[in-house]
Design a protein around this ligand. Sequence first.
Ligand SMILES: Nc1ncnc2c1ncn2[C@@H]1O[C@H](COP(=O)(O)OP(=O)(O)O)[C@@H](O)[C@H]1O
Ligand SMILES: [Mg+2]
Length: 216
Amino acid sequence: MKTIAVISQKGGAGKTTIAVHLAVAAHLAGKTVALVDLDPQATARKWFDRREADIPEVIGDHAERLPQLMEMAEANGADLLVIDTAPNADRASLRAAKSADLILIPCRPAAFDLDAIETTRDLADLARKPSFVVMSAAPVRSALTDEARKGLEAKGTAVAPTVIHARVAFAHSVIDGRTAMEFEPDGKAAAEIRELCTWAFKQLGMPTVKQDRKLA
Ligand SMILES: Nc1ncnc2c1ncn2[C@@H]1O[C@H](COP(=O)(O)OP(=O)(O)O)[C@@H](O)[C@H]1O
Ligand SMILES: [Mg+2]
């Protein structure tokens, strides 16, 4: 089993959006997936409550229980565990980072958000785990994202190749517990997530057998 932790001290960066979308995309790609929601605000859990499909399973818990949760998920045959975290860089986020094989740091390409990246990156470095910034809610057709990427890379921060743009499908689909893949399967939002998912699998050394699974 591989684990992806989605971490950023900044609220509204796109953590939960990316966590639930990645979890569903991995399921659609044929993986057995569970999502752990460590945020007391329980955004991912509430999304799951609104959701008609009962896959992927969303478990709300405390970071202290991550080892047991991971053991349980593995025993239940999970290929992938996605951890969504609260907007801070505290002990809980560090535990999530240490549990992960890959850390994704969603960040909007805006000055204040970019300024706040360093603390989260320090956390990932402290955990000694590979981490990548994922450009999130990026304006469509703007030089801002490229500039942000160059700025981050110049400071030695790795940035995932896929940019997640600001798209209505991301915000709209989660209202009734779905994702962009279910809301608009052939849309651009769904395509971006599939690309991010394939890239993440590659980072994790997970085989990607092309399987177009339907949701139960
Ligand atoms: N790529 C995107 N396109 C459109 N809206 C987005 C996108 N990413 C996030 N949002 C919206 O921004 C808000 C914050 O996103 P969320 O994923 O909850 O951030 P976080 O979990 O980091 O606090 C939500 O209302 C969400 O729907
Ligand atoms: Mg969140």
